[in-house]
Design a protein around this ligand. Structure first.
Ligand code: XIL
Length: 340
């Protein structure tokens, strides 16, 4: 077989190239997969295992084993790890639901950040300290943290992370924070952290976009505005959905409408969509290259189409094709446009 070009080598002088990883991958269950990952990527974000529900399942119990393995995997293959994520309203440990007092939330918040960020200082390259704290209109999202700790909690999370992990880069991460209203809220949040004299090194734009509707203008404006705050800008969970939002997929076919049943995507990605996906990725990477002094990392949310969360979201059991590699790690047209 012909050797396919390497993404990380192609963009070596420009920015890091990352992927989301799961247990099977960093446990190296499939040596060919390991080789593929090590050749294509120089950065990685755990898709789930460092989220609080998984790394901190009980009040007094942490499960560090998977994260430790991931760190080893990174060391072995020269892949920098971005910790994801310390404070997020989703995938929280179930015991949080039973907590009703401000003091206990405060204790969880402090202990969790100290323990997890502290343990991996010098072992991970960076942390998404806070994830998705904002609403679409730029106001603070109502979460258990906002409810009990007030809207200073984001600054406090960064302060605690800075103390626990002085050698680790600290980021704020969100989706749609390239859109003007949410971006304005994001900038206000960042300025507040900076005004408190607390360190924030970068901002992550997740980049879950939709084929034919990638908001290039908003993205460009966002790179400029975030960079003007002195921050690194990263695209942290990149994928481009090709399915209509409500398309159900084969496993729930009994609930599909006639229109959905005739949807050609069940038989593979139609050529016109393949072309549009490639054009979208090409335009994105042209933009990233234009701002390579500010854009430090581009991370795909999955190695190949088979890994993608979009096969199961917002509806389970769909077949989606949002990434650069197909289910056999073969490059798609979009891959060749990107490396070219
Ligand atoms: C998703 C994972 O991909 C899924 O496996 C999991 O079931 C739910 O979370 N924004 C984020 C990511 O910051 O952590 C989410 O990851 C996708 C949206």
């Amino acid at each position: 077989a012909q050797k396919i070009p390497s993404l990380k080598d192609t963009f070596k002088k420009d920015f890091g190239i990352g992927t989301a990883l799961n247990n099977a991958q960093f446990e190296e269950r499939d040596p060919q997969m390991t080789q593929f990952i090590a050749r294509q990527f120089n950065m990685a974000t755990p898709e789930n295992i460092m989220k609080s529900a998984l790394i901190h399942p009980k009040w007094d119990t942490y499960n560090f084993e998977p994260a430790d393995k991931l760190v080893e995997f990174g060391k072995k293959h020269n892949i920098k790890i971005n910790g994801h994520t310390l404070i997020w309203h989703s995938q929280l440990p179930s015991f949080i639901r039973g907590i009703k007092s401000k003091d206990s939330i405060q204790t969880f918040f402090r202990d969790h950040i100290k323990t997890v960020a502290g343990r991996y200082d010098g072992k991970v390259f960076s942390w998404d300290v806070v994830n998705e704290a904002l609403n679409e209109d730029g106001t603070m999202r109502k979460t258990v943290f906002l409810d009990h700790l007030g809207d200073n909690y984001v600054t406090e999370a960064f302060r605690l992370a800075q103390q626990a992990a002085p050698k680790t880069e600290l980021y704020y991460n969100d989706y749609n924070n390239e859109k003007p209203a949410k971006r304005a809220g994001c900038i206000a949040l960042i300025k507040k952290i900076q005004a408190a004299g607390v360190r924030i090194d970068g901002v992550g734009i997740q980049g879950h976009w939709h084929v034919g509707r990638v908001p290039l203008k908003d993205i460009e404006e966002s790179i400029l505005q975030y960079a003007a705050l002195g921050l690194k800008v990263m695209f942290t969970e990149l994928d481009i959905e090709v399915l209509p939002r409500n398309f159900q997929g084969a496993e729930v076919s009994q609930r599909m409408t006639a229109n959905e049943q005739s949807n050609p995507y069940t038989a593979g990605l139609p050529d016109n969509v393949q072309q549009q996906l490639a054009a979208d990725y090409e335009a994105l990477f042209k933009l990233f290259l234009k701002y390579k002094d500010n854009v430090t990392r581009v991370t795909f949310w999955g190695v190949n189409d088979g890994d993608s969360w979009l096969n199961n979201w917002p509806i389970r059991g769909r077949t989606s094709y949002p990434l650069l590699f197909d289910r056999n790690n073969q490059p798609k047209l979009a891959f060749y446009k990107v490396v070219a």
